[in-house]
Write a new protein. Sequence first.
Length: 302
Amino acid sequence: MQKHVLITGGTGLIGQQLTQQLLNKGYTVSHLSRKPSNHKNVATFLWDLQKGEIDERSVDGVDTIVHLAGTGIADKRWTEKRKAEILESRTKSIGLIYDLLKSKLDHSVKHVISASGVGYYSDRGDQILTEDDTPAHDFLGKCCVEWENAVDDGKQLGLNVTKFRTGVVLTKKEGALPQLALPVKLGVGSPLGSGKQWVSWLHLQDAVGMYLDAIEGKLQPGVYNMAAPNPVSNKELTKAVARQLKRPLWAPNVPSFIIKLLFGELSTLVLGSTRVSTNKIEEAGYRFKFAHLADALKDIYG
């Protein structure tokens, strides 16, 4: 019997692709969303975090929940209000689902698979970071810790829990790559800050591939770094994009102080250096489709 997967954040970058792949494989897929959807093959159930409301039918027949919901981290400056939104959209949402499961003793949910971020480690220079390393004490580190702790509450309900600390997912349409590629296309691309900071990137297909492996039981429950095995520096990433787009790189690096002035605390996202190890997920049997940046960019820009 094929599984029934409920996805929060199903209309996001990873959620859309994962939904399609699961449907292609014959899974039943439903979404928890803030607004109705017209996806003809996916039932959409509504929830409202502010009001603490969730459609009680959303978990009926579901055996796996994939938790991708969360306010965009890089979309706006980090005011105190914005930080609270970022955190609560990740923690209160999974709490709402767990409260529903507690009230439904006959539910069939066995596994919760959640996003987290490499922001867990934040800015660690050249250190190669494994899943056992300690979290950072800045906003991103604390956010990821609270997020993961909220997800881990599912263990008290007897659920298996898998968490993916996600790096920079590369795709042409959304996320960091279009923002980096735009100045390059205009001929004014340049590395940010020192350009030496490590970027733990991965192709969207590999992000979706890891979720599929977790859903299909190919990965043991636990926490995994979700990135490609060959991280690059910001300078190498910028150069590789310019090479792929056949554009010159002549402009000097954008000084760190300008980035900090423009973006405030949010600047840690591009100036921080996070170099994660993927040994654990490779040893668990995951096979990367795109282990090298040049191959990933070639596929993305075709």
